[in-house]
Design a protein around this ligand. Structure first.
Ligand SMILES: Cc1ncc(COP(=O)(O)O)c(C=O)c1O
Length: 376
């Protein structure tokens, strides 16, 4: 397979474990193992007794039973656990799609959502979104770009990197289009549960569409990326079987300690999500006024969900130079839009981490000291 480098990962490799302030992380503040054990008094003792043989390929029954709690119409036999969301994306494309299938992919996007399909020989149409439209997906674009060989539509909502959240009406309309054209809807829902207004939460696509595939993970909403536990939920038995058979060639089964900790965390998901949303709300109460104070330098579209957004620097400075100076002088990392193959002076900012206020203070110091104020 000839696949292009994952640009964002290559960029992070340079800074992730050296820059003191990661102001563009996509996940929420994590937890220690001790903090997870503290959720249930007897869990540490049970963990010590955990058997370290191979685990069940589909994921442990206890874990899958917990995951079903996130859905309305999904049973444990319709959940397939993977090593993070990343393995699930890779396997979905390679097990379910064929070379020359046409796939329409929400753009900008987490790179694997498009690159894996391109590398697998699919014909990929990027479904563009614009800041001027609040990053909304335009269903007319989809209708106009359907082809006889269109097989799947890949959408990420809540969205990385813009914080856009699809409306219920649009989701319903999209399901109707997909049903009429017999398309698979692959929804990357790794930020589901992080809606700032819980009333905005969309039904999972696997609950509302028989050919819907929902992608979930412990990394984002729950802040447990190091567990490397993700999953697919679908009512489509053929897709499920294809994915299960393919997984025999990638990871076979999941790490037993990770499954144990993920199950434990999901049993207490309300507490974990509430803690993460508290951090996000507090951070946004700092970020929103920051962008108001600096409205002459940035264009800010507040997010509807998730822990990241995609503002734009409106100064006459390329965003790559701005970010390079910021990390060098203040140790604060932002992510320029070019790592999403997206033109323009946008950058990703993350607000799921506890040290965000300190990072923003340093960003502000950088603005005051280092940049000529030359609004366009
Ligand atoms: C939208 C989206 N999908 C999938 C993934 C992959 O998740 P994981 O790293 O937990 O496998 C990410 C990670 O950043 C993401 O942002």
């Amino acid at each position: 397979m000839n696949i292009e480098p994952f640009k964002l990962e290559r960029y992070f490799e340079q800074y992730e474990f050296t820059a003191p302030y990661l102001l563009c992380s996509s996940d929420c503040e994590s937890f220690s193992v001790r903090q997870i054990f503290d959720l249930e008094p007897e869990s540490a003792a049970r963990f010590e007794e955990l058997w370290l043989g191979y685990t069940e390929t589909q994921g442990s029954p206890e874990l899958r039973a917990e995951i079903t709690g996130l859905y309305r119409n999904i049973g444990a036999e319709q959940i397939l656990v993977h090593a993070g969301a990343e393995e699930a994306i890779f396997n979905f494309v390679n097990a379910v799609l064929s070379p020359n299938d046409h796939v329409i992919v929400h753009f900008p996007c987490y790179q694997s959502l498009a690159s894996v399909a391109q590398a697998a020989g699919c014909q990929v149409t990027l479904w563009p979104t614009r800041e001027a439209d609040g990053w909304k997906l335009d269903l007319d674009f989809l209708r106009d770009n359907l082809q006889p060989n269109t097989r799947a539509v890949i959408v990420n909502t809540p969205h990385n990197p813009t914080g856009y959240l699809m409306s219920r009406a649009d989701q319903q309309a999209l399901v109707e289009i997909a049903r009429a054209h017999n398309l698979i809807l692959f929804f990357d829902e790794v930020y589901r549960g992080m809606e700032l207004d819980p009333a905005d939460r969309l039904p999972a696509v696997c609950d509302v569409y028989e050919n819907g595939v929902s992608l979930g993970v412990m990394s984002k909403t729950y802040g447990l990326a190091g567990l490397r536990i993700g999953w697919i939920a679908t009512q489509n038995a053929e897709i499920y079987r294809a994915l299960a058979a393919f997984k025999d060639y990638t990871t076979i089964c999941n790490s037993a300690p990770s499954e144990f900790l993920a199950t434990l965390a999901l049993r207490h998901r309300e507490q974990i999500v509430a803690r993460n949303l508290d951090i996000i709300r507090h951070n946004l109460s700092i970020l929103n006024p920051f962008f108001t104070r600096h409205a002459d330098k940035f264009r800010w579209t507040p997010p509807a969900a998730g822990s990241i957004a995609f503002p734009r620097l409106t100064l006459n400075t390329p965003i790559e130079d701005f970010c390079a100076g910021l990390v060098e002088q203040q140790g604060v990392l932002l992510l320029p839009a070019k790592y999403y193959d997206f033109d323009g002076n946008h950058f990703r900012i993350g607000f799921g981490r506890k040290n965000m206020p300190q990072a923003v203070e340093r960003l502000e110091a950088y603005l005051h000291n280092e940049l000529p104020t030359l609004p366009l």
